[in-house]
Ligand binder design. Structure first.
Ligand SMILES: [Zn+2]
Length: 384
């Protein structure tokens, strides 16, 4: 884990429902591509260091509409905002930022160089049950490892599947519990909604490995609770980032009439769908899809959560990057009823994280929207 943490910044989001959580993790060193893979030569990352007022903030929000600009982090008044800009747009973007008096610096002068530097972290193994966290694993390795874990520990681990992706990949889950036969309260944890956020499945699998490593006498954490993990929700996109385009984010669906492929899966849920932090441009990285739950991945996840809504006590989803633990809501500045509980738990988690490696996180509500806040899960009136 240390090797991953030294290369990455991690962001956490969370909600209680009793609580659901969103964890944002990140990877700064990226892996190398074969020559056929998409190249990012000359692309720069601008870090917007401060947004002094509403006008500057809105100007950056508007910048999201420009093609040739890829926001790596959400526009924020409190934190840095990272934006990758393709060569053809760089002069325009610099002029635009200057016009609004927005401070920025060039964080990465050639994104392809950063991608190439990460080549040693990319696993080339595809058929192995041997897992490690020194490099980023292919989906087949992650799934084989989960299968082997369950096969060797049938009393506490059970493989499941919540559905199939657009390209037919398994949405494989693993349940860990000291009593698999009982319907315990569930803690649901997913990773890899966004394909390029490789640190997310790595951390989710690391947590699985850690829980499995506990001696039987130390397994109170698995008593009377079902830990259900979906390490790679966007399996198609994840594989695509390993073979074709390191910076791919969305799913791999094709919708009639759209110029571009894929949907931003965590903006595809039917809770205040299309309201904030989304784009209706199919070519945008934050495209919310043609309609709610247009994607089999988000649809299957929601079905699983709705089917288990009376048992799910916590939902945690890992993203990257930045070091944040985020709580609902994203569509409104109103706080959930149990925000105090969420915040207190977030602070405890942040303190615990800091005690390990001194990593500093902050907690706050989600911007932009997160999937499935608690009201959604308590409702059975929404159609999927
Ligand atoms: Zn993400």
């Amino acid at each position: 884990m240390r090797c991953l943490q030294s290369l990455s910044r991690i962001e956490i989001r969370f909600t209680i429902m009793k609580f659901s959580i969103i964890f944002h993790l990140s990877l700064l060193s990226l892996a190398q591509f074969a020559l056929s893979e998409k190249q990012y030569r000359g692309c720069k990352v601008f870090t917007i260091t401060s947004l002094a007022n509403e006008t500057q903030y809105n100007a950056v929000i508007d910048l999201q509409k420009v093609r040739g600009v890829d926001f790596w982090s959400e526009p924020s008044r409190k934190r840095y905002t990272d934006v990758m800009v393709y060569p053809d747009e760089q002069n325009n973007v610099e002029q635009y930022l200057a016009e609004y008096g927005i401070d920025y610096k060039v964080a990465i002068s050639d994104v392809q160089g950063a991608v190439d530097k990460g080549k040693d972290l990319r696993s080339t193994r595809q058929n192995s049950q041997e897992m490690n966290w020194k490099e980023y694993q292919r989906l087949s390795v992650i799934h084989s490892w989960l299968d082997a874990l369950a096969a060797h520990n049938p009393n506490i681990a059970q493989i499941g599947s919540i559905g199939r992706t657009t390209e037919g990949r398994d949405m494989k889950t693993i349940k860990l519990s000291s009593n698999l036969r009982k319907n315990n309260p569930i803690i649901f944890i997913d990773g890899g909604i966004h394909a390029r956020e490789w640190i997310s499945p790595a951390v989710v699998t690391y947590i699985i490995g850690k829980l499995m490593s506990f001696e039987p006498e130390d397994r109170e954490i698995m008593a009377n609770v079902d830990w259900v993990f979906l390490p790679v929700m966007n399996a198609d996109g994840y594989e695509y980032t390993h073979t074709e385009d390191r910076l791919w984010r969305k799913s791999r669906s094709i919708h009639n009439g759209n110029d571009c492929i894929g949907v931003d899966l965590n903006r595809n849920f039917d809770f205040h769908w299309g309201e904030n932090g989304v784009k209706d441009d199919p070519c945008a990285n934050t495209y919310h899809g043609p309609y709610p739950f247009s994607e089999p991945e988000s649809n299957a996840t929601a079905k699983f959560m709705l089917a288990n809504r009376n048992r799910i006590r916590a939902y945690i989803t890992f993203h990257s990057y930045s070091q944040l633990m985020l709580t609902p809501y994203g569509y409104t500045e109103d706080l959930p009823d149990d925000y105090d509980q969420l915040e207190a738990l977030g602070k405890r988690a942040i303190k615990a994280l800091e005690e390990v490696h001194g990593t500093e996180y902050e907690t706050r509500t989600v911007v932009p929207p997160v999937i499935l806040p608690k009201e959604y899960l308590r409702s059975n009136t929404h159609s999927l």
